[in-house]
Design a protein around this ligand. Structure first.
Ligand code: UDP
Length: 330
């Protein structure tokens, strides 16, 4: 049987690299296209690797001319909310303009299936919780706006050009490859779970808790942490759906369970057996008190059923990775 040929843009990054690994395990043909601005060549565990930039339309054209891709998955975007406020041009250029370049090349070469990494940031401050896909979209920052702009572009391209897409709105992606081969490697790291584990391993002197006066049971913010491998499985299911010729859609990906910053720290202490020094700090700007997904639609339409939904499991996998990378740093 013809192996489906998938282009993974941003396949050297955190979620992209886990996706490439899973696609290869499931016998897809995979080409990773990445400029390595934030990704790592050694995180791409197989398939073909092309060092390339979405800003380079000539290179994109050559890529699509040389390959017949059945579908494209797009993970290559900047993700730091604070930076997006300070440097919006950087975010609009990469997350919007470069994505349009990719879509143009796809269209020029007759590739009509697209999976897009979107974000809970499209919703902004929740007016109800858990958040379903119909919740109003009022992003609070340029990062969230870039994601919502592309989602709207995709709706228009579907109608006008027949480009079928699935937008996956991630809540808090976390965890690491259960086999220990991959994990989160952001520089600088801004996400809670890897930072807590760096405080546990001693790579960082403490974890700062941003705000303990929120309207939540323990006063710290509540988020919906979803294992990166479960996210990737949802992408496979979405891919399957598109390859079967089904219609475009957008889905939330979360577990529907909220955990507070304090609960994450407690779980990390439980899993690692280490003391985790905490420093209480002011609120971080733009942080809603509670972000929890209603993922009923993804469960129903895609048959998605997260297998690694336990917070302790997710932290155990992230800790395995932290121990491995700390050794590299030591
Ligand atoms: N957070 C924190 N200290 C940190 C990093 C994050 O208290 O050093 C909090 C942050 O305020 C938020 C939660 O942890 O309530 C998750 O933040 P993260 O940056 O991991 O993801 P986000 O929810 O912003 O996508």
């Amino acid at each position: 049987m013809h192996k489906k040929n998938i282009l993974v843009v941003g396949g050297a990054g955190y979620i992209g690299s886990h996706m490439v690994k899973l696609l290869l395990e499931r016998e897809y043909r995979v080409t990773t296209f990445d400029n390595l601005s934030t990704g790592y060549r050694d995180a791409v565990l197989g398939g073909e690797f092309i060092l390339g930039d979405l800003a380079d339309k000539t290179q994109l054209d050559a890529l699509f001319r040389a390959n017949r891709f059945d579908a494209v998955m797009h993970f290559a975007s900047f993700i730091q909310v604070g930076e997006s406020v300070r440097e919006p041009a950087k975010y609009y250029a990469n997350n919007v303009t470069n994505t349009l370049n990719l879509l143009d090349s796809m269209q020029a070469h007759g590739v009509t299936k697209f999976i897009f990494s979107s974000s809970a940031a499209v919703y902004g401050e929740p007016i109800r919780t858990p958040i379903d896909e119909q919740h109003p979209k009022q992003p609070l920052n340029p990062y969230g706006r870039t994601k919502w702009i592309i989602e709207q572009v995709l709706q228009d391209y579907d109608r006008a050009y027949g480009l079928r897409s699935i937008c996956l709105r991630y809540f808090n992606a976390a965890g690491a490859d259960p086999d220990g081969k991959l994990g989160e490697r952001h520089a600088p790291e801004t996400h809670l779970i890897p930072l807590v584990l760096q405080a546990a391993s001693g790579r960082r002197k403490n974890i700062q808790v941003f705000g303990r006066d929120y309207d939540t049971p323990d006063g710290t913010c509540i988020r919906d942490y979803v294992h990166v491998t479960d996210l990737c499985v949802a992408h496979l299911l979405a891919l399957d759906r598109l390859l079967k010729g089904e219609t475009s859609a957008a889905y939330n990906l979360g577990n529907g369970n909220g955990f507070s910053v304090q609960q994450v720290i407690d779980a990390a202490h439980r899993v690692t057996g280490r003391d985790i020094p905490v420093e209480y700090a002011p609120r971080r700007e733009g942080d809603p008190a509670r972000l929890v997904a209603d993922s009923t639609a993804a469960r129903r339409a895609l048959g998605w059923n997260p297998q690694l939904a336990e917070l302790d499991t997710l932290i155990r996998h992230a800790w395995q990775w932290e121990c491995k990378t700390t050794k590299y740093h030591a």
